[in-house]
Design a protein around this ligand. Structure first.
Ligand SMILES: C[S@@+](CC[C@H](N)C(=O)[O-])C[C@H]1O[C@@H](n2cnc3c(N)ncnc32)[C@H](O)[C@@H]1O
Length: 233
């Protein structure tokens, strides 16, 4: 997933994702792009600010999952928290197809998808609008010359913190030691974020509400998953 970065378009930030399509999408899933996506698509962030509560009036919470892969985690959380609005971002089209299938099969009405870069969505969200942010197993870009493609960079960390409500939580999970250290350093340097760990078990043991992801099951990293949980103060 991290070997061949696509070219950068004019004015675009450096790509933090690799391929955006792999195998052919099955006809039933492809049909969901016409029948389901229009009703669950997030408004285009390029068109202006996004008010999450206008998307689901009465939502008790607003969550954002960045890079949801096949959408298993997003769908499971949405099914557990039906009154919370779940915004998911993922540029990998096969992943979006899979998420659409999960939304349909689960009868989920509280999910909105952005089939592209999450950074534009975060930029379009108001200050203090999110309760939870989940970044689970982001592309590690572990070769030194690729580190600049990592999603977690100081300016993006600051924008994430800006969108969290006071008391809101950000979860970052990786199975690459070096990326855990990289992300920790940058989140700790982000005004308004505090790390909620007291002891090693806090980052070594999955939080109770964690749902194992498809990528996590592949065990491609160089360590067991490391769970970093931050709060907005
Ligand atoms: C290694 S995969 C993990 C997927 C999923 N979270 C899981 O654990 O199974 C990382 C995902 O993040 C997505 N991604 C990378 N950069 C992104 C960005 N800027 N916005 C949204 N998604 C992004 C990639 O397309 C990829 O599907």
């Amino acid at each position: 997933m991290t070997s061949a970065p696509p070219p950068r378009g004019p004015g675009e930030p450096l790509r933090s994702f690799g391929r955006i399509k792999s195998r052919a999408i099955k006809p039933r899933q492809a049909a969901l792009f016409d029948t389901l996506l229009p009703s669950v698509r997030l408004p285009d962030p390029a068109a202006g600010p996004i008010d999450p509560l206008a998307l689901m009036p009465g939502a008790t919470e607003v969550w954002l999952e960045i890079g949801f892969g096949g959408g298993e985690h997003l769908a499971a959380q949405a099914a557990h928290h039906r009154r919370a609005l779940m915004i998911g971002c993922e540029p990998f089209i096969n992943g979006v197809a899979s998420a659409l299938r999960h939304i349909e099969e689960g009868g989920l009405t509280n999910v909105r998808l952005h089939a592209d870069d999450a950074r534009a969505v975060v930029e379009a969200l108001p200050d203090a609008s999110l309760d939870r942010i989940m970044i689970l197993f982001p592309d590690p870009w572990h070769k030194a010359r690729h580190n600049k493609r990592r999603l977690i960079q100081p300016a993006f960390a600051a924008d994430l913190a800006r969108t969290l409500k006071p008391g809101g939580r950000l979860r970052f999970v990786t199975d690459w030691k070096d990326y855990a250290g990289w992300a920790l350093e940058r989140f700790l340097a982000t005004p308004g974020l505090v790390w909620l760990a007291d002891e090693a078990a806090d980052w070594r043991v999955a939080p109770l509400d964690h749902v194992v992801t498809r990528y996590e099951e592949k065990r491609l990293g160089d360590t067991d998953p490391l769970f970093l949980e931050f709060a907005k103060v």
